[in-house]
Design a protein around this ligand. Structure first.
Ligand code: MN
Length: 198
């Protein structure tokens, strides 16, 4: 999958974000994958504060901007607008995108971890296939193993009628032992540096 849109939106001599090239000597993502896929949720204080939910798939990070952020409450559906694919190096990105650049503002890694398809217990290859198919069909069911987010979640694409641009999805917790009405957004610090956005 191409990172054309990602690259087109950014000037890499003016932003510290990853270029999406295989930069020799640059810091690689820290999480060890084994055979599982990685995910990251970044909290991003751009013109509007939002969370960026990114799932590794096919060598890139499929990405959604979630204005209210994820919830642990299965009753809460959170709007998730699909955005351009990001490079895998973005798993680690935390810092300030300077003024005048796309997405200018501070970014922290609010949560990260591994995930797999909720329909597959023990077969990473089949899990990848299921997730690929889910993305195509507009429904992803997956299990997160993060620091803050755990258990079953779903991302469901809205019907065309209700969503002319075809980019709106809903992110929701599915009921399991990790479901809770506790406000997870109160847990505001970065899972890699402990920083908070002010
Ligand atoms: Mn963002």
């Amino acid at each position: 999958m191409a990172l054309t849109e990602y690259k087109r939106k950014r000037k890499f001599d003016r932003t510290p974000e990853p270029t999406g090239e295989k930069d020799v000597g640059k810091k690689r993502p820290k999480l060890k994958t084994g055979k599982n896929l990685r995910y990251v949720v970044q909290k991003h204080k751009a013109s509007r504060l939002h969370y960026d939910f990114r799932l590794e798939q096919g060598g890139v990070l499929k990405s959604w901007a979630v204005p209210k952020g994820p919830s642990l409450d299965p009753e809460e559906k959170r709007l998730a607008m699909m955005t351009e694919d990001h490079p895998l190096d973005y798993l680690n990105f935390e810092g300030t995108i300077p003024k005048g650049n796309y997405g200018a503002g501070e970014v922290i890694v609010w949560d990260h971890g591994l995930y797999h398809s909720a329909d597959v217990v023990d077969d990473p290859e089949e899990s990848r296939e299921k997730l690929k198919e889910g993305l195509r069909k507009g429904r992803l069911d997956f299990i997160l193993f993060g620091k803050k987010l755990k258990g079953r979640f779903a991302l469901i694409k809205m019907k065309r009628k209700e969503d002319v641009r075809g980019k709106s999805w809903l992110l929701m917790k599915q009921d399991d032992e990790y479901a809770s009405t506790r406000d997870i957004a109160e847990d505001a610090s970065s899972v890699i540096s402990g920083r908070e956005l002010l």
